[in-house]
Ligand binder design. Structure first.
Ligand code: FAD
Ligand code: FES
Length: 507
């Protein structure tokens, strides 16, 4: 995460700049009363918006203007240039906007605009229930209120914590570089202030689509008119002797991350089982805590299935540079009190073990309710399940992806949030198909890897730049068509690839 440099940069935009300094499609970074502001000329219009993204403060001047929107270079949040509205996650708060005028060959920025209050929509007696307090569930609730939904919202979550910034749990927070107050998506009082009844530690045990109600763990029921299922995924466990020992952890929730941090305080050697994204990010964070880390995994190269051999080799080299010891094409047959036994023979000492062997979508509720299932909860382009008025979003949802032409299910933070947002709009009566280009990022030490699109297999990999020098665009192609693009420090290329796929999806 970048920190804002306190000194304003560029011209004082209240004094104006020559109109000739801002060509069509161009941007000028300046300041207004100590705030960094970006002036943009797009489609013959002028906009002045805050220069930093409201997600992790990404520099929007390095982003991409597409139509009347601006996209953040770091994790592809999309904002309206006219109103500052965060149209697509991961940013969930608007950009401040200023008045702009062009007169006598000068562009001058005036006062800050007020954010318009949403117009009320729907009836106050309507009830929307959201099962799940994660990425998709939170983004849906936020969007419902942002669009002025007047009815009740009840969010039911079996987690003890209110919605958190889950990606942080394996990155800065776990590494000790981010305080815990960065982790909640919103302060505790935000829910009540926005008329959202958030029930934590509340297990939903059954869904009755006909009776329009869910049953909770204590036997009580909650009625709904419309429902969003956003139960996410749970970490897989291995049926290994010793897997239940107290120093063996999985990582999904804030409680899991806290438990690993507590264990790490007295740990000297950790074994991470599985070279998954979460496994490797955890390994990196434990290295930041000066713990010796061994990664044991069956594959030949970490992340090769998603990234291919070149990026797989890079990821391995990067982690080795930071002192990670890999035991690849290997496995664990047992976990003991202070070691793990390797499949290929021998043992590794370990006073902390983390399982990062993948996740399984939580489908039980949908299955029991008789919703159509196809390696996930089947939804149509509007994210509605086989039961009218019941929607699904996030890690559980398998949707028709217009870019690949296939029905896909992915486990990405931004996709889950954007699906929550689209489902919310459709629950309000819009008929908005979900057409967002899948996007995820993964952070290894100081190296972010961005990925747009979706490629389960490919017949060619095209590399531009130099992977080992951390400056590359990697295109995954099938039959000459680009299905996905991974990149390192090529944010603009990543944004352009996403914009091109978005156009394709809309065609
Ligand atoms: C440590 C970690 C790091 C990650 N990093 C990244 C990253 O860098 N980039 C990226 O793209 N993705 C990342 N992901 C994946 C991303 O977090 C998920 O794709 C995303 O959270 C999915 O959102 P969701 O809403 O579907 O599920 P979740 O966010 O998991 O939310 C599901 C919610 O449902 C609740 N729930 C489940 N069943 C019930 C029930 N029966 N009753 C009541 N409540 C229930 C859960 O408690 C939870 O609140 C990471 C995941 C983890 C665990
Ligand atoms: S910093 Fe802008 S999307 Fe993350």
């Amino acid at each position: 995460m970048a920190q804002n440099d306190d000194k304003p940069k560029g011209p004082d935009l209240t004094q104006g700049i020559p109109a000739s300094d801002l060509a069509e499609g161009g941007m000028v970074a300046g300041h207004v009363g100590g705030e960094d502001v970006l002036l943009v000329r797009h489609g013959g219009k002028l906009s002045a918006v805050a220069a930093h993204c409201t997600h992790y403060h990404g520099p929007l001047a390095d982003g991409l203007v597409v139509g009347d929107t601006i996209r953040c270079p770091w994790h592809h949040a999309c904002f309206s240039l006219a109103s500052g509205e965060p149209l697509a996650a991961p940013a969930l708060s608007p950009l401040s906007c200023w008045e702009v005028t062009e007169r006598g060959g000068k562009i001058v920025v005036g006062g800050q605009k007020e954010q318009p209050a949403p117009k009320k929509t729907g009836s106050a007696s309507e009830r929307i229930v959201i099962v799940g307090g994660g990425a998709a569930g939170f983004a849906a609730a936020e969007m419902l209120r942002r669009r002025g939904y007047a009815g009740s919202i009840t969010m039911l979550s079996n987690d003890a914590a209110a919605p958190v910034d889950r990606p942080n749990l394996s990155k800065d927070y776990l590494a000790g570089n981010a305080p815990e107050d960065w982790v909640p998506l919103r302060a505790d009082d935000w829910y009540a202030e926005n008329g959202i009844t958030l029930k934590l530690k509340t297990e939903v045990t059954a869904l009755d689509a006909r009776a329009r109600q869910v049953t909770l763990g204590d036997g009580s029921t909650v009625k709904f008119d419309k429902l969003l299922l956003a139960t996410g995924a749970e970490p897989m466990k291995l049926p290994l002797p010793g897997a239940d020992l107290p120093h063996v952890h999985t990582l999904r929730s804030l409680a899991d991350s806290r438990a690993i941090i507590a264990q790490a305080k007295n740990a000297k050697r950790a074994v991470v089982i599985g070279a998954s994204f979460i496994g490797l990010e955890t390994a990196a964070s434990l290295r930041a805590r000066d713990i010796e880390v061994h990664v044991v995994a069956p594959e030949q190269r970490p992340l090769e299935r998603v990234f291919g051999p070149q990026l797989g080799d890079f990821v391995r080299a990067l982690h080795e540079e930071h002192g990670i010891n890999f035991h690849l094409e290997n496995g664990v047959t047992a976990i003991g009190g202070n070691d793990v036994t390797l499949k290929a023979g021998g043992a590794l000492a370990a006073d902390l073990v983390v399982l990062g062997v993948g996740v399984r979508p939580r489908l039980a509720l949908a299955e029991k309710a008789g919703l159509a299932i196809d390696k996930g909860v089947s939804v149509n382009e509007y994210l509605e399940t086989s039961a009218p008025g019941i929607y699904a979003a996030g890690d559980i949802a398998r949707w028709p992806d217009p870019i690949s032409g296939a029905r896909i299910r992915v486990e990405h933070w931004v996709v889950a949030e954007r699906q929550g947002q689209t489902a919310a709009r459709n629950m309000l009566g819009e008929r908005t198909p979900f057409r967002a280009v899948p996007f995820f990022w993964s952070q290894h030490y100081d190296v972010p890897i961005n990925y747009v699109g979706h490629a389960e297999k490919w017949d060619a990999i095209e590399i531009e730049g130099d992977v080992m020098k951390r400056d590359c665009v990697v295109r995954y192609k099938q039959g000459g068509r680009v299905l996905a693009v991974a990149s390192i420090y090529r944010d603009r290329d990543s944004l352009e690839a996403a914009a091109a796929m978005e156009k394709q999806a809309a065609a």
